[in-house]
Design a protein around this ligand. Structure first.
Ligand code: BG6
Length: 609
């Protein structure tokens, strides 16, 4: 999730572009860059790290001119370095891109065979070379971009300049967001409204498969197959801070609603439905290693730890490899029996949590193979590991993790299928079934997100509670403990997530009419058992709210209230049962007026032991 911005008009545009990037920095801050045409040639300045580094570099090398594009990067392919920073150029072509090119390896091979030399490790540079190859005549940038994108599979929002046609920017969109801003005698484009809202309120978001030409006179819009599109801009009424949250009240609510897209981006280019397999080249695990694995050992903290509880379930259920999960801080303190033949999976959205890094080092010293699952490219934990799996949630601003949690769940599914196929414990047909059901999950998540009004009403009484008990069983146990953590983190209500079968051995003592009991009970093989556990709680006056599968008729007899989620493959139910608990906690905190995005006493990344 990067941020791109563009300008064509009469004004010197470098400052406008930098200002736009500043408002997009929540989308990524690994590097930034500008390309501006000064009347003779296109000047490019790029810098690693925060936007301020680019501002300093521009002081050294100012970019005059009134046609330009800019980019702030969230690295997905290629480390956060200057050569991997955007804009990427090929001859007179300069390009900025947000998204993931799925077939970049294949395209790179073809271009290399034609003698093209590459200066970066990015998937984006390939598109610049493709466009340059198509733009030989230098007079039809629109045609060149359209033909080049005809070879590209994946998600992209691009803005492209050609020094030979310095009156225009060509933009195109597929899956990644891009909005056009209509000014008086000037035009803007950006990944998100906040970037250009100070300059115009007249906006037009591009739709899937559209390509357009921006000149100072306006926008010519087409479909990628050449049909002219006629659509008018709308006027935006948001304030700047509202805009940064995409119109949502808090970053957390915005990130909860970004989850379907985050899962789509994390799955993109990694699922081969025909082969019933997962394509992943950076794990550093070949078939031999997968077959000879003795055990999978997860280490993590906080919400990431809860994702590994799901990972353990899947490793045993799908990959049939003995598996355990450990709190990193506890792992460090013990003399863990781990070593040769063990795969230790260190899970951390930030990739910087010191407890997890320290635990990783203990396991590595003992000879274990280390796989990192992280959301921040090239962060400390992936750098210290033998292999890395990157989730593509984009930057997560809210301290309480939501979209990074569900993308970690996605990583667990992909890893389990990857190992199951190579260990021969997962048949091709079942793998195809799981993966087919998996690629449909983002839309089922959208269905759950549409229940927000119902969930808000159910949250109101919960805001009065002093404590709450969350119950889950089997694949839903991780979701119960994560649900409890979310409520604790942002509403400051004491909450406990418990294995439903364990309730009768202790916490049932807590239950009375003032104790809300939230039960995660989708239709799966644990359903009968958790239904009787919930009956036990109800028999002690506990007020039961169930997260259940739609059309489960007898829930009404078990629970006082229910949130019904779509029926999905039982091993994938956490993707639809986690969201209602995130929303429930969000609305409770919002009713209580706590600082949802920056709750007291918490930090997004803890780099102390
Ligand atoms: C805490 C965060 O500091 O660290 C949690 O507040 C997070 O949201 C935990 O789950 C672990 O962080 P990470 O980056 O290692 O997943």
């Amino acid at each position: 999730m990067c941020g791109i911005v563009g300008y064509v008009g009469p004004q010197a545009c470098a400052d406008i572009l930098v200002d736009g990037l500043r408002r997009l920095e929540y989308r990524g801050y690994d590097s930034a860059g500008l390309a501006v045409f000064d009347g003779k040639r296109t000047g490019v300045v790029r810098a690693v790290g925060k936007l301020q580094n680019l501002v300093n570099a521009l002081k050294e090398k100012p970019l005059p001119g009134s046609l330009g594009i800019g980019h702030t990067r969230w690295a997905t392919h290629g480390r956060p370095t200057e050569v991997n920073a955007h804009p990427h150029c090929s001859g007179e072509i300069a390009l900025v891109h947000n998204g993931i090119i799925e077939n970049h390896i294949e395209l790179k091979r073809h271009l290399a065979e034609e003698g093209v030399k590459f200066s970066s490790d990015t998937d984006t540079e390939i598109v610049a070379h493709l466009i340059h190859r198509e733009a030989k005549t230098g007079d039809d940038l629109l045609g060149a971009v359209r033909r080049a994108l005809g070879h590209v599979h994946g998600a992209y929002a691009v803005a492209v300049m050609d020094a030979r046609q310095p009156d225009r920017i060509v933009v195109a969109k597929n899956a990644s967001p891009l909005v056009i801003g209509f000014g008086e005698g000037e035009m803007f484009c950006a990944s998100d409204i906040p970037a250009i809202l100070p300059y115009t309120k007249r906006m037009l978001p591009l739709e899937e498969g559209e390509i357009g030409v921006l000149t100072e006179n306006g926008l010519e819009l087409y479909t990628l197959d050449g049909k002219r599109v006629d659509r008018q801009p709308k006027t935006i009424t948001w304030s700047a801070s509202q805009a940064e949250k995409g119109g949502f009240k808090h970053f957390m609510l915005k990130e909860i609603n970004e989850q379907p897209r985050a899962i789509e981006d994390t799955i993109r280019g990694r699922v081969d439905l025909a082969a019933g397999d997962v394509i992943e080249s950076e794990l550093g695990i070949d078939a031999e290693t997968a077959k000879s694995l003795k055990r999978v050992y997860f280490i993590a903290c906080g919400t990431s730890h809860h994702a590994t509880l799901y990972g353990r379930f899947l490793m045993e259920h799908i990959a049939k490899v003995p598996s355990q999960t450990e709190l990193a801080s506890e792992f460090i303190g013990r003399d863990p029996v781990v070593g040769e033949g063990d795969l230790v999976v260190a899970v951390s959205q930030s990739g910087e949590t010191l407890d997890t890094l320290a635990a990783l080092k203990v396991a590595k010293e003992k000879g274990a193979r280390i796989l990192a699952v992280a959301n921040v490219i090239d962060s400390a934990i992936p750098r210290a590991a033998h292999g890395a799996f990157y989730t593509h949630a984009g930057p997560e601003i809210g301290v309480a993790s939501t979209k990074c949690f569900t993308t970690q769940l996605a990583a667990m599914v992909l890893l389990a299928v990857f190992l199951g196929r190579r260990r021969g414990t997962l048949e091709k047909e079942r793998a195809q079934e799981i993966l087919q059901n998996f690629v449909e999950i983002p839309n089922q998540m959208r269905t759950v997100l549409a229940l927000d009004d119902i969930i808000r009403d159910l949250a109101r009484p919960l805001a009065q509670a002093k404590s709450a008990l969350f119950l889950g069983r089997g694949v839903s146990y991780p979701i119960a403990v994560e649900g409890a953590l979310k409520l604790k983190e942002i509403s400051y209500i004491h909450a406990e997530g418990y294995a439903a079968g364990e309730m009768k051995h202790g916490p049932i003592a807590l239950i009375d009419a003032d104790m809300p009991v939230i039960a995660v009970m989708p239709d799966d093989k644990a359903y009968e058992k958790i239904a009787s556990n919930v009956q036990e709680a109800k028999a002690r006056e506990g007020h039961v709210l169930a997260v259940a599968t739609r059309h489960n008729a007898d829930i009404g007899g078990i629970a006082h209230n229910a949130i019904y989620v779509p029926k999905v493959d039982p091993v994938l139910s956490p993707f639809v049962t986690a969201l209602p608990l995130q929303l429930l906690s969000y609305f409770v905190a919002d009713f209580k007026g706590t600082d949802v995005d920056q709750p007291r006493n918490l930090a997004k990344t803890v780099t102390v032991e």
